[in-house]
Write a protein that binds this ligand. Structure first.
Ligand SMILES: *[C@@H]1O[C@H](CO)[C@@H](O)[C@H](O)[C@H]1NC(C)=O
Ligand SMILES: *[C@@H]1O[C@H](CO)[C@@H](O)[C@H](O)[C@H]1NC(C)=O
Ligand SMILES: *[C@@H]1O[C@H](CO)[C@@H](O)[C@H](O)[C@H]1NC(C)=O
Ligand SMILES: *[C@@H]1O[C@H](CO)[C@@H](O)[C@H](O)[C@H]1NC(C)=O
Ligand SMILES: *[C@@H]1O[C@H](CO)[C@@H](O)[C@H](O)[C@H]1NC(C)=O
Length: 318
């Protein structure tokens, strides 16, 4: 897609405007909720307008930016020293979510993604691949919604275990205040030292216009945990429970879609329907792991059987 060149000019103009407009620096014009933006004063409306880097998409700086636009902005930057570990050859998917996505007019992922190449696949609403890769004839008829996100954190040893009630309250406050997520979408906080699970749940019918999507809240959280905050300015991420800081050692994020993913795996045909992609967010590296689960009659997966990398050869139980 030659959108890059088309974009270069407006971006340049924006830059120029930002520089020359500094004499009118009565106020600084930045986007508090997304530092991956280019902002400038709009002389007509007198407003500070911000566009996501790498697109022409104007973002609303009083709420979170969609994950699709954030991923896209991230891919514009030259690759740093970020080193990924090589997934085990037993891993079926090697997608840790890093690709240059196509976003729709609302900034959401398009159902079909091709990573700017001729290899395409279908993704869910968090942008994670849920089908085999195909060529450009691949059809993805709808964007399947990820209605549950389970964030599993392991904290470093604290002097003593956290009080579950306090931990719960602190994490709810964090998601409400920092990620602007409506409290009803944080279904539960489970805790058994040292593992904390944050369960986000939001199906299409529950989400009102203007509500932050759990996909975006989880992504902002993921980047905060990695020390790559997306907020501009000094809104540092420090969570503590009764004065005891919560230091995270390892994070796993499980995404559960409303419909079973469609991977063709000969080995796993009869009986096994659902495969869920898990993104491991370690502080230094990201690895994608597959989780195998069984589908309940309801068509929604209530229970998730988690299998990690080393266990993938086993037949799924349940
Ligand atoms: C924005 O401007 C105010 C004063 O106008 C200043 O105090 C503040 O530090 C500035 N913020 C940034 C991020 O530059
Ligand atoms: C997408 O393309 C980039 C750059 O070519 C590559 O580094 C990345 O691994 C690709 N991602 C996927 C999921 O194919
Ligand atoms: C946790 O703290 C709450 C008050 O915030 C207290 O009522 C409760 O008894 C504490 N629980 C434990 C197990 O200490
Ligand atoms: C959405 O979630 C609510 C509460 O969890 C549930 O009652 C409802 O059936 C769900 N709707 C759909 C379409 O899945
Ligand atoms: C920006 O988001 C806020 C919070 O969701 C909403 O109230 C406001 O109407 C949005 N502004 C625009 C211009 O869409």
């Amino acid at each position: 897609m030659a959108r890059g060149q088309v974009l270069a000019l407006p971006v340049l103009l924006l830059l120029l405007e930002a520089v020359t407009g500094s004499e009118a620096a009565q106020d600084n014009c930045t986007c508090p909720t997304n530092k991956m933006t280019m902002c400038s004063w709009d002389s007509q409306s007198g407003r500070c307008r911000c566009k996501a880097i790498g697109t022409n998409h104007e973002v609303n700086c009083s709420t979170l930016t969609s994950k699709c636009l954030l991923l896209k902005a991230r891919m514009q930057r030259p690759k740093g020293g970020r080193s990924l570990v090589r997934p085990s050859e037993h891993a079926i998917v090697d997608n840790d979510g890093l690709y240059d996505p196509d976003c729709d007019r609302e900034g959401r992922f398009k159902a079909r993604q091709c990573n700017q190449t001729s290899v395409c696949w279908c993704v869910n609403s968090v942008g994670v691949r849920r089908t085999d890769k195909g060529d450009q004839n691949l059809l993805c008829d709808e964007l399947v919604r990820t209605h549950q996100i389970l964030i599993e954190l392991r904290h470093r040893p604290a002097a003593r275990a956290f009080n579950h009630t306090d931990l719960d309250a602190e994490l709810r406050r964090l998601f409400r205040e920092r990620y602007l997520l409506h409290p009803r979408f944080l279904a539960a906080v489970h805790y058994e030292e040292p593992t904390i699970q944050i369960e986000l749940q939001q199906n299409a019918s529950q989400k009102a216009p203007g509500d932050v999507d759990i996909a975006d809240a989880a992504y902002y959280f993921e980047r905060d945990i990695k020390g790559e905050s997306l907020f501009s300015g000094p809104r540092s991420f420090d969570v503590s429970v009764r004065g005891e800081p919560l230091l995270v050692e390892r994070t796993l994020i499980y995404y559960l879609d409303e419909k079973p993913p469609q991977f063709s795996m000969k080995r796993l045909t009869a009986g096994l329907i659902a495969v869920i992609v898990v993104v491991v967010v370690a502080l230094v590296a990201g690895v994608a792991v597959l989780v195998i689960t069984n589908r309940r009659k309801s068509g929604k997966y209530k229970k998730v059987e988690i299998k990690e990398l080393g266990e993938l050869n086993k037949e799924p139980s349940l």
